[in-house]
Design a protein around this ligand. Structure first.
Ligand code: PRT
Ligand code: MG
Length: 216
């Protein structure tokens, strides 16, 4: 049984993590986008990958079902973070957490007038602390996806969502009105594993650190 288990999610996190794995001498033996396998062996007999939903990565690492994982800061902020180290910002899967409204909606006036806004989001904790810091009263509506629809059907006045190219907002006649924070993916490590498996994990951390893109 492999000594080290790394939790990743399909899609951009997996793809952007491949160069870091390679830097550590780890080559996945299957492509999770075409294979249905949830456990992916690597060229290294001591290392395997487990494929989970992006929001579940911190949970697998917290409970030690995975020793390491890669998760977006957006996901980590919604998780309680107990039992996790976040030693490296890998600077991958970058985007921005933004407030967005329907084209033509006067967000600045609504804020200025102290209107109580309805805000739809998957990122309830992050949104709550953002609006609290601004002294705004908002009613948060928890959604699990397709936040962009909410202002179009009057479910909400605004959304809090991730934006990378801006194409999704544009296609739905929405506009970003406020940046909450830049987002990138972090390497996370189970605290107990870092101590108990240090001889294996430390070189992985060093290889990942050396592979972080400079000047981005
Ligand atoms: O898709 P699924 O429901 O399985 O889970 P997920 O959306 O959590 O996973 P995934 O793989 O889509 O995202 C994993 C991580 O990638 C997120 O946790 C972010 O840290 C990061 N990331 C980077 C993004 C984006 N860029 C991004 N653009 N995650 C999501 N998006 C979505 C965004 O929510 C919006 O719907 O893409 C849309 C906007 O993209 P643009 O290019 O049109 O602006
Ligand atoms: Mg997604």
């Amino acid at each position: 049984m492999p000594d080290i288990t790394i939790a990743l999610s399909k899609g951009r996190i997996f793809e952007d993590t491949i160069p870091f794995l390679e830097a550590a001498g780890i080559i996945p033996q299957d492509d999770p986008d075409t294979s249905r396998k949830l456990i992916i062996e690597t060229n290294r007999p001591d290392v395997r990958l487990v494929m989970v939903r992006a929001t579940d990565v911190p949970t697998y690492v917290q409970y030690g079902a995975a020793d390491l994982g890669v998760a977006g800061k957006d996901v980590l902020l919604e998780h309680d973070g107990v039992g996790l180290y976040q030693p490296l910002d890998l600077k991958i899967a970058r985007c921005h957490m933004m407030v967005a409204v329907r084209d033509g909606y006067d967000y600045a006036s609504a804020v200025f007038q102290g209107a109580r806004l309805r805000v739809a989001t998957k990122y309830v904790k992050t949104a709550r602390s953002h609006f609290a810091a601004k002294g705004m009263h908002v009613d948060l509506i928890k959604l699990y996806g397709s936040m962009e629809l909410a202002p179009l059907v009057d479910l909400a006045d605004a959304i809090v969502d991730l934006v990378s190219t801006g194409g999704t907002l544009k296609a739905n006649r929405l506009q970003a009105v406020e940046e909450i924070m830049p987002i990138s993916a972090r390497l996370i490590v189970n605290q107990a594993a870092l101590k108990l498996k240090n001889p294996t994990i430390q070189p992985l951390l060093e290889a990942f650190n050396a592979a972080i893109p400079a000047n981005v």
